[in-house]
Design a protein around this ligand. Structure first.
Ligand code: SAM
Length: 275
């Protein structure tokens, strides 16, 4: 993930999808007094502040966590308030309990983040260890993206291979899984959750023009910061060529208006921790 500012200006796809998921599930969320809530992988904080905070009772406290210090600094500066705080945390880490008291959150939300953690079991164990008994988790993970196919193809090219040796770390572990929803449901159940909803759906990319899409993809490209500045533009231009060759998009006219984009596929899960 690159600059928080750039990501915030280009995350309308994730923002709109998180809004639609929250809208779908808000009637199923039961609220008590003085809840403590976590948003895992909060990024620049706009989803936490603009979608989550308006949904929770006024006395609820929300903590947004993210592995990226840049994201957290941006989020705290722009959106931090008396009931909304942001801090740095690697949610894939074994030592999560050293930072937060066990069983101290009544709800955990996570949008478009937990698929970044290759050890999926640990990510869910961490959710479980922080949730109170009967606490609720609402999770959206990416299970397939045409962009990851593009990363894989680029990582085999001599020019980009040196910067993309660990490409698999940045690809959802479900990319080649036939029934990711079944696998995720089983993971949740085996980790001590009752799963009330778990389904897969398309999550269309909201990018009206070619240039907007290019900027959106630049915002989430984890390899750019590893290469010299003079190669970054060439990398993005090669990436967009492969996007076109892979039929991810069709471009209309010279204005670069997009008429079709292969969607990402996500799994959405709502579950409760067994007491
Ligand atoms: C695609 S962004 C999603 C941001 C926000 N939730 C949204 O929906 O717009 C994914 C975020 O997950 C964070 N992330 C990736 N791995 C993480 C980890 N191990 N622990 C915590 N956050 C992580 C990234 O830094 C990034 O900000």
């Amino acid at each position: 993930m690159n600059s928080a500012e750039l990501y915030e200006n280009r995350n309308s796809s994730q923002f709109n999808d998180s809004a639609s998921v929250l809208n779908q599930f808000k009637s199923k969320l039961q609220w008590q007094d003085n809840e403590t809530i976590m948003d895992v992988g909060c990024g620049p904080g706009n989803v936490t502040a603009k979608l989550l905070q308006p949904l929770v009772p006024n006395d609820a406290r929300i903590i947004g966590v993210d592995i990226s210090p840049n994201m957290v600094e941006h989020a705290q500066k722009k959106y931090g308030n008396k009931n909304l705080h942001f801090c740095t945390l690697d949610f894939g880490s074994e030592n999560i309990r050293q930072m937060f008291e066990l069983e101290s959150f009544s709800k955990i939300f996570s949008f478009y983040c937990l698929h970044w953690i290759q050890n999926q079991r640990r990510s869910i164990e961490n959710v479980r260890s922080l949730l109170k008994p009967n606490g609720t988790a609402l999770i959206v993970i990416v299970v397939h993206s045409p962009l990851f196919t593009v990363y894989k193809a680029m990582s085999k090219l001599a020019e980009w291979e040196p910067y993309m040796k660990d490409v698999d770390r940045f690809i959802t572990p479900y990319q080649e899984v036939e029934n990711p929803c079944d696998e995720y449901r089983a993971l949740l159940q085996n980790s001590g959750f009752r799963v009330s909803d778990c389904f897969a759906k398309d999550s269309p990319v909201d990018a009206p023009t070619f240039d907007f899409l290019k900027e959106s993809l630049r915002a989430v490209n984890p390899f750019l910061s590893r290469m010299p500045k003079n190669l970054q533009a060439k990398h993005m231009s090669d990436l967009m060529d492969i996007v076109i060759e892979n039929n991810m998009i069709e471009i209309e006219g010279s204005g670069g208006k997009l008429t079709y984009i292969q969607p990402n596929r996500v799994v959405v899960a709502l579950c409760q921790k067994n007491p």
